[in-house]
Design a protein around this ligand. Sequence first.
Ligand code: F0G
Length: 458
Amino acid sequence: MPHRSIIEPFRIKSVQAIDLPSVEEREQALQRAGYNLFGLHADEVIIDLLTDSGTGAMSAQQWAGMMLGDESYAGARSFFKFEKTVKDITGFSEVIPTHQGRAAERILFANAVKEGDVVPSNTHFDTTRANVEYQGAEARDLVIAEGTDPAKVLPFKGNVDITALRATIDDVGVERIPMVMVTVTNNSGGGQPVSMANLRDVRAVCDEYSLPLILDACRFAENAWFIKLREHGYEDRTPREIAQEMFSLADGCTMSAKKDGLANIGGFVALNNAELAAKCRNLLILTEGFPTYGGLAGYDLEAIAVGLNEVLDENYLRYRIRSTEYLAEKVYAAGVPIVRPAGGHAVYLDAKGLLPHIPPEQYPAQALAVELYRNGGVRGVEIGSVMFGKPQPDGTDIPAAMELVRLAIPRRTYTQSHIDFVAEVVIDVAMGAAEIGGYRITEQAPWLRHFTARFEPV
Ligand code: F0G
C-alpha cells in the first residue's frame, strides 16, 4: 500500500472566522491582560489551544439531535436516549446527568467521601482534587514513577503504582478509603493512557479490600484507542468493546461530556450502587435540577447521546490521536523538549528544558506561553509554578515539579494546516529561546491564582 496521510474524517459544513490580530495588537492585548493569557479576548487569539474542554465542533447529526431536544421538566424523551447510550457504553445501571464534570464529582464526593478520608488515584485533575479536599479529605496521587518523567517513553505512563496503592490502603487503613479513582487518560500527567492490565490490577486490589473503583472517564475513548494501539490482545477489538471492558472493571464513573462526549457542555455520574445513586439524586435536585435533566437542556442531552457514539468511531479516533502525535513529532524533530510520548488530547512543552536560564521563580512556562502568543497568536496554558507553585508567607514560592505549557487540541476544530502553523510558531519561539526573559507576579488571588494573576517582565 502506498503511504497515505491520515485525513480529517469529516467535511466542514459551517465555519467560524478567525481574526488575525497583528503583532502590535497582540502586544497591546498582552499588556492589557497583564501577560495572563486567561485575560485575552478570544478574538485576539489565532489558534486557541487553552483547553480541549467544550471547545470541539459538533457534527451535523448532533445539531440535528439538538432540534429534537425534548424540554419536558420530568421524563423527557431526550433523557431516555441519553441514559440508554450511557448504559450501552458503560454498563452502569444508574445514570445521573450533571451540567459538567466537576458537578458530577461534587455530587458523588458529597455523598461518599468524608472528613479524614484518603482518595487514591493515578493523578487527580484539579477540580477532582479540589472537590475531594472540599470534603476535608486527602486526594493522593499514585501514578507510576515514570509517569512524572517527561523524557521517559512508555506505552502506559498513566498507570497506577499498584505497590503504592496497596501500601496506601494498609498505611491509612481501609476504613478511611471510600473509593479508588483512576483518571483515563491521565490529564494532569500529560494525557497519558492507562492499560487494561493496570485497570485489572487495580480492580483486584479493590476486590481484596472491598473498595469501589470509580473512573474519571473524561477521555475514555482516547484511552480505549491507545489500548487498541499498544496493548497485546486488543488489536482486533473495537474501541466500543474496549471501552465496555474498561467500564466493566469499575463500579461507577464521573464524566465531563465536554471532552469525549463531543459536546459543548454536560456530564454525568454513573453507578451500580442504587442506594448511593439515590443519595446523589437528592443532592442533584438541590443544586443541579430534576434527575432527568441535571442542569442541562433536553437538547444538550441529545448532543451528548450522539457524541458518545461518534467518539468511538475508529476513523475519528485514528485521526484524533494521530493529529496530536503529528504536532508532537514536528516540534520534537526540531529539538523542542516535550513530554513524551504525546498525550491523547494535548502536547506538553517542557519549559524547564527549553529555557534553563529562567529560574522557577521567574516562571519559565509562563514566559514560554506568553511568547507563543506574542509570536503567533497561539494560546496554550501554563502548567507550572504559576498554577502549582506554593506561595510562602515571605513572598517566595515553592516551585512546581515540572514547568510545562499544555497545547490542548479541541476536537474536530482545527485542520492540519492550523497544526502546521502551531508547529512553526513553537519552533520559531524555540529558536529564539535564549532571548526570552522571565516574569514576576504583580497581583495575585489567594487561591487558583493562575486564572487572574497579573505579571510584568523581569
Ligand atoms: N476530570 C478531568 C480529567 C478533566 O480533565 C476535567 C476538566 C474535569 C475532570 C472536570 O470537568 O471541566 O467539565 O467540570 N478538564 C478541563 C481541562 C477543564 O482543560 O483539562 P469539567
